[in-house]
Design a protein around this ligand. Structure first.
Ligand code: 5AD
Ligand code: FES
Length: 337
């Protein structure tokens, strides 16, 4: 559905009652992507990171983090857990960990794909055009790379060792390599204007993304942004609703960050546009160390606990798990094997 920048800004404004917006987004979701919810098992396989993004708890140099890295065998075990819990997709996420370079990742992808046949999403940051091709050929189907904010000035304030244009070039390379591509932003960042949030949403559409993830910014006390104001759930939900209305058939998760600032955050997101959940399937002993922000949920649960919790959540909402892989509703590129 077309909305212009002014209309989006008006709908994002905190003065405006969001009830109508949320109802419209729920309707667009139902009519275009249906009632089924896709479960993507999240494996946080390394919290080592070479970057120093100011908002992020696993930034390089944060001595308070206990660093860990799962072995290839442990990653494969997580994938087996996903199969057991009847998830059809795993998301392999890490910091930008030089130990797991694309060659090392490729051999893990091949092993996981061959044994499990799961759909695989990577979320491992910025790499070269050639490396993205390598990862795609090794069996990864999808890739998540949030651009975090469309505001160039804010971007450079948040990500001191990243470049705005490079980030968008990576998104183009991912698409060229044949990935189903997801991106997204944080909402409620310090200094983020309604105008720039409207531009975020317009960019989601322009980039023809397959997936869009949005979560509230949550200030981490072990980062330079300690003490900053958190984003609100409501602002994040307005972003989700508008993203659904404007992009129509993208996959939109009810994110962990939403569930972390409000115990009903993910349920609310599923009722205003979201159609994906990302249950954590990382091993219990490392969960609390993937500490992007404080108050993260599911750190003391086992994979089966989150599966049960999510099934109960869906039942309560009158929704059900999706059956298939939940590939892009836009892209036609098939998995290489
Ligand atoms: N608050 C909320 N979200 C965060 N992320 C990283 N740090 C924070 C934080 N402090 C998000 C970023 C990143 C994703 C993996 O987690 O958007 O892309
Ligand atoms: Fe992990 Fe609810 S999803 S406990």
């Amino acid at each position: 559905m077309n909305m212009n920048r002014e209309e989006i800004i008006a709908a994002l404004s905190p003065d405006k009652d969001p009830a109508e917006l949320f109802a419209l987004a729920d309707k667009v979701r139902r009519e275009n992507v249906g009632d089924a919810v896709h479960l993507r098992g999240l494996i946080e396989f390394s919290n080592h990171c070479r970057r120093r993004c100011y908002y992020c708890g696993i930034r390089a140099g944060n001595a308070r983090v206990r660093r860990y890295r799962l072995s290839p065998e442990q990653i494969l075990d997580c994938a087996r857990t996903a199969v057991r819990l009847n998830y059809k997709t795993i998301v392999m996420q890490s910091g930008e960990d030089p130990h797991y370079d694309p060659k090392a990742l490729a051999s893990i992808l091949e092993a996981v794909k061959t044994e499990t046949g799961l759909a695989i999403t990577l979320s491992v940051g910025e790499h070269s055009r050639e490396d993205y091709k390598l990862l795609r050929a090794a069996g990864a189907d999808r890739f998540l790379l949030r651009f975090e904010t469309s505001d160039r000035r804010l971007f450079s304030m948040l990500k001191p060792d990243s470049d705005y244009d490079t980030r968008f070039r990576c998104l183009a390379w991912l698409k060229e390599a044949g990935f189903q591509v997801g991106s997204g932003v944080m909402s409620g960042l310090p200094g983020q204007s309604l105008e720039s949030m409207a531009d975020d949403i317009l960019l989601f559409k322009e980039l023809e993304l397959d997936m869009v993830g949005i979560g509230p910014f949550i200030a981490n006390p072990d980062t330079p942004m300690a003490g900053a104001h958190n984003g609100t759930l409501e602002a994040a939900l307005r972003m989700v609703a508008l993203t659904r209305i404007v992009t129509v058939n993208t996959h939109i998760p009810a994110t962990t960050a939403m569930g972390s600032i409000d115990p009903k955050g993910r349920q609310k997101a599923l009722r205003c546009g979201a159609n994906v959940l990302m249950p954590n399937i990382s091993p219990a002993e490392h969960r609390s160390d993937y500490s992007l922000y404080p108050g993260k949920i599911c750190v003391s649960e086992a994979p089966e606990d989150c599966a049960g919790c999510m099934d109960a959540m869906l039942k309560n909402l009158g929704r059900a798990r999706a059956e298939g892989f939940g590939h892009s509703l836009k892209s036609i590129e098939a998995s290489p094997r």
